[in-house]
Write a protein that binds this ligand. Structure first.
Ligand code: NAD
Length: 509
């Protein structure tokens, strides 16, 4: 059964999950119809009503039990990730580790992040004002194939901890990991419909975006993100979009070159370069360019592609191999130099890690998301040129800067996240909100912001005592205009700060 809690009409079509490494069939799942999706959302709605009414403590207890059940299943989860996505088994374990880290954090933080906040009432000083945070209801989560557990769990964990139910549509390339998680959820949570999975391709995702969910958390490509947003617009359903990236890395003249190269190689090649926050392009100061390139090439040549102990696994799909090949061939035709790897070293779903130099911004490899194990390195005359080129993109997800003044350079980058003297680390720090700008999307997962993304924000203000001039009434004294004018002069004229303080103190006395 594809999901723990949904069923599909007999005889309906099924989706097959294949191993990208061997081509073998790993399993099949139903292709859920719009009616199936609507039914799952309706069941989630019922579950959400009970779940949202529970105390944070009660929810925490169940989420901890869920986390422990997932941790107990780690070998199977890592194995499914390894076989279905093609990533090395160690990366499968790393993905489970990161997913559970976020689930733990969201569970622990939700109560404080959602605690009501008292705020100043400004000129309405006789009011007491509060902001409170309430669960939205049902969250639709649509996930990608590259980190098919970690990425959706970055939304699911925060949505559940904030008191919502979830209906999750995994990628059609990697549905089995979601099915496994849904089975664990169904036997762990007292409410079996709290976390449901619907399987299928884009049409099932579209049905979820058009359904009665209270918010869609979408992770995937920018093109699909736009389609999801248009579908959600039919009901004015809010969307959170975690989209692609073209993350730049800047290496200044005074950077520790060996460490920068080590981080670059990992940042560009982990998960075979199929990460939204992969290092996709590198700008290196002229004075250290050649040395940096040599160091990167040396380290890349030490890596092993394929095999049980490989550093790089298979690409997850032939379609992604074709995109990488196209980017490489176009760059080479325009003058890029292959330092190692290259399109001739592509075999089936395996791409040897490739380092290119002599690249420029007329090439797709420097502008479009490549999503493969490629490191294009560009020589720059100055940090200013590096910043200008780094910002020459429609995307704005992650970024990385190496050098003694890396923090200062980081400030100038138009990106949702920057790692200083490191790469990608922001995604593994659950306190940090994660998300992008421009074509990389909007909204934030992770951190307290990620919890509040899945809440309805309510403003409440309570009148505590009466004033001589009542703002919220037509029953004004005859000299109301004069009094209001006096207030404006008092509050917003010269010496406003001290007079405001005095005025408010007088009102309170
Ligand atoms: P994709 O856009 O092709 O698909 C993502 C999901 O959307 C899949 O589940 C798919 O079935 C579904 N879908 C397809 N058409 C749909 C439609 N019309 N309506 C609703 N759902 C639809 O993306 P992908 O190829 O699976 O993932 C790779 C992309 O995801 C890359 O661009 C990568 O950068 C991005 N990504 C972003 C983040 C992030 O946090 N910003 C994380 C991981 C991946």
């Amino acid at each position: 059964m594809a999901t723990a809690t949904t069923s599909t009409a007999a005889g309906s079509e099924r989706l097959t999950s294949y191993s990208p490494t061997t081509g073998e069939v790993l399993g099949t799942v139903p292709i859920h119809t719009p009616a199936d999706v609507d039914a799952a959302v309706a069941r989630a709605r019922v579950a959400s009503q009970t779940w949202s009414s529970r105390s944070h403590e009660a929810r925490r207890e169940e989420l901890v039990a869920f986390r422990k059940a997932l941790a107990a299943d780690v070998d199977t989860l890592a194995d499914i990730l390894h076989r279905e996505n093609g990533k090395p088994i160690a990366e499968g374990y790393s993905e489970v580790l990161n997913a559970l880290s976020h689930l733990t954090h969201a569970t622990a933080r939700a109560e404080e992040a959602m605690a009501p906040k008292r705020v100043s009432s400004g000129i309405l000083a006789n009011f007491r004002s509060t902001i409170s945070y309430h669960p939205l209801g049902v969250i639709g989560v649509i996930g990608p194939w590259n980190y098919p557990l970690f990425t959706p769990m970055g939304s699911i964990s925060y949505a559940l901890a904030a008191g919502n139910a979830v209906v999750w549509k995994p990628s059609e390339l990697t549905p089995l990991i979601a099915v496994r998680v849904a089975e664990i959820a169904a036997r762990t949570f007292a409410l079996p419909d709290l976390l449901q999975v619907v399987t299928g391709a884009g049409s099932t995702g579209g049905a979820l975006a058009r359904s009665a969910v209270d918010k869609i958390a979408f992770t995937g490509s920018a093109g699909t993100g736009k389609r999801v947003m248009m579908a959600a617009a039919e009901r004015l359903t809010p969307v959170l979009l975690e989209l692609g990236g073209k993350d730049p890395m800047i290496v200044a003249e005074d950077a520790d070159l060996e460490k920068a190269a080590e981080a670059c190689v990992f940042g560009a090649l982990t998960n075979a370069g199929q990460a939204c926050v992969s290092i996709e392009r590198v700008y290196v100061a002229d004075a250290v360019h050649d040395k940096f390139v040599d160091e990167v090439v040396k380290q890349v040549r030490e890596l092993k592609t394929g095999g049980d102990d490989g550093d790089l696994g298979a690409m997850t799909s032939a379609a992604q191999v074709a995109i990488v090949k196209d980017h490489l061939e176009e760059a080479i035709a325009k003058g890029a130099q292959v330092k190692t790897g290259g399109p001739s070293a592509i075999s089936g779903n395996y791409i040897q890690p490739t380092v290119l130099t002599n690249v420029d911004h007329t090439m797709k490899i420097m502008k479009d998301e490549t999503f493969g194990p490629v490191i294009p390195i560009k020589r720059v005359a100055s940090v200013d040129e590096a910043v200008k080129l780094a910002n020459d993109t429609t995307f704005g997800l992650g970024s990385a800067v190496f050098g003694k003044n890396a923090r200062g350079i980081a400030e100038k980058l138009r990106a949702g996240m920057t790692a200083v003297n490191s790469v990608m680390a922001f995604s593994g720090i659950p306190n940090l909100p994660f998300g992008g700008v421009g074509d990389s999307g909007f909204g934030r997962i992770h951190g307290d912001e990620g919890i509040r993304e899945f809440t309805r924000i309510k403003s409440t203000t309570e009148k505590m005592f009466n004033l001589p001039v009542e703002m919220m009434s037509f029953r004004q004294p005859p000299d109301a205009a004069k009094r209001l004018k006096g207030m404006i002069t008092q509050l917003f004229g010269d010496g406003v700060v001290s007079r405001t303080r005095d005025f408010i103190a007088k009102l309170r006395s």
